[in-house]
Design a protein around this ligand. Structure first.
Ligand code: SF4
Ligand code: SF4
Length: 377
């Protein structure tokens, strides 16, 4: 088999199975990424969701015997909804980030990579392939950057000239000696918009992210959200797109190439109040298919409460009082107490005073006190 010609065949085949960009790189270690990860660890910038063993994240030979190359794939997703939500006056909605619109991309990319593996192994049966998407050990962005898919922007996204940064990434380590493609040159230049606009200062110069400060990460935590970040959340229920939407490279980039990625507006931008009382089954039915539900309903509900406070939605006061007094989960009760304080008013004040008499939980009581202090000051 002529490997140069076979690479071309793989590229041609990838276009027929919904892969929008493909690149190839060697299976050597990702030294630059290793240094970045070591710095990240030293500064405690990691999210905690990633593979803890840095060596595994940068050394393909620890993941597969005798790897010779890595194939990187990118699939473009939409940045604008074709169908807009229609809200009645005063109805408040939250938002899921664009990467969580449509069907969970992990499934979509795994299925594409599986087809690619089958194509390769049908022609070269002895070929060994190992695919991964997001939750695999390798750093998708490092692979994509070296394989020429795009450059690594200061917003820590891979930016492709064709689709901007609105791409999902996946990769496959192979035992085949495909010729590597050239990495793409950094085109951020003197632009610094993403760093300047980040609401929490999570982007450190030089394309480093402090995940502990990043709203995208914070929306996925399950405990109480640290006070200093609550007002930064806005109406975000899951993820944050700010450093992507502001990027000039994303201007006008809105691709609708895959129908399974089209968002249902009622899921991507749901009404906030119904989320407070949504049952497990309904949550699973409605939000289970999107990637933003992977942490379950609690973080989404906590964020919905924070979003109601952000809007100072007085029509939500009765619901929030019910949540503060009846929800079994301290994080939800306490966040509701904080939100009532932010919204204010006589009804909130009376309910908070009463809750202070009845609440027993050591984490909720300070939240009630905070809520009271907002109104009484
Ligand atoms: Fe900042 Fe949001 Fe980008 Fe995170 S996702 S770095 S919080 S702008
Ligand atoms: Fe690069 Fe500017 Fe885009 Fe940030 S906003 S990723 S600096 S081009």
């Amino acid at each position: 088999m002529d490997i140069v010609q076979f690479k071309q065949e793989v590229i041609e085949y990838s276009k027929t199975i919904g892969i929008d960009k493909i690149g190839f790189t060697s299976a050597s270690t990702f030294d630059e990424m290793k240094n970045r990860l070591i710095r990240q660890q030293a500064h405690h910038y990691q999210s905690g969701f990633e593979e803890p063993d840095i060596e595994k994240r940068v050394n393909p030979s620890l993941l597969m015997d005798k790897p010779r190359s890595i194939i990187s794939i990118a699939v473009a997703y939409p940045s604008k909804m074709k169908v807009r939500v229609v809200s009645k006056r005063g109805e408040r909605r939250g938002i899921f980030c664009r990467a969580s619109w449509g069907k969970d991309y992990h499934h979509i990319l795994r299925e594409r990579l599986q087809k690619l593996e089958e194509f390769i192994q049908a022609r070269i049966p002895e070929a060994i392939c190992k695919s991964m998407v997001d939750t695999g050990e390798l750093v998708d962005r490092a692979v994509a950057q070296r394989a020429g898919i795009g450059w690594s922007g200061k917003n820590c996204s891979i930016i492709t000239p064709e689709f901007g940064s609105y791409v999902y990434l996946g990769e496959m380590i192979t035992s085949l000696p495909f010729e590597p493609d050239e990495p793409m040159e950094d085109r951020c230049g003197s632009c610094n918009k993403c760093v300047d606009v980040c609401p929490t200062g999570a982007l450190i110069q030089g394309g480093q992210l402090d995940a502990q400060k990043c709203v995208a990460f914070l929306t996925q935590t399950k405990g109480f959200l640290a006070e200093q970040y609550r007002e930064k959340l806005g109406n975000r229920l899951y993820g944050c797109d700010t450093c992507q939407t502001v990027c000039p490279e994303n201007k006008g980039k809105d691709f609708h190439l895959h129908k399974e990625m089209e968002p249902d507006p009622e899921v991507a931008k749901p009404l906030l109040r119904p989320l407070l009382f949504i049952g497990n089954r309904e949550f699973k039915e409605k939000f289970g298919p999107v990637s933003g539900s992977w942490r379950g309903k609690k973080p989404i509900q906590r964020n919905a409460i924070i979003a109601l406070a952000h809007y100072k939605d007085e029509t939500a006061v009765d619901d929030l009082i019910k949540v503060m007094t009846e929800d079994p989960r301290p994080v939800i009760r306490g966040t509701a107490a904080w939100a009532l304080g932010k919204i204010g008013g006589e009804e909130s004040l009376a309910a908070l005073k009463q809750a202070l008499q009845q609440e027993k939980d050591g984490e909720v009581i300070p939240e009630i006190e905070k809520g009271l202090s907002f109104i009484e000051q």
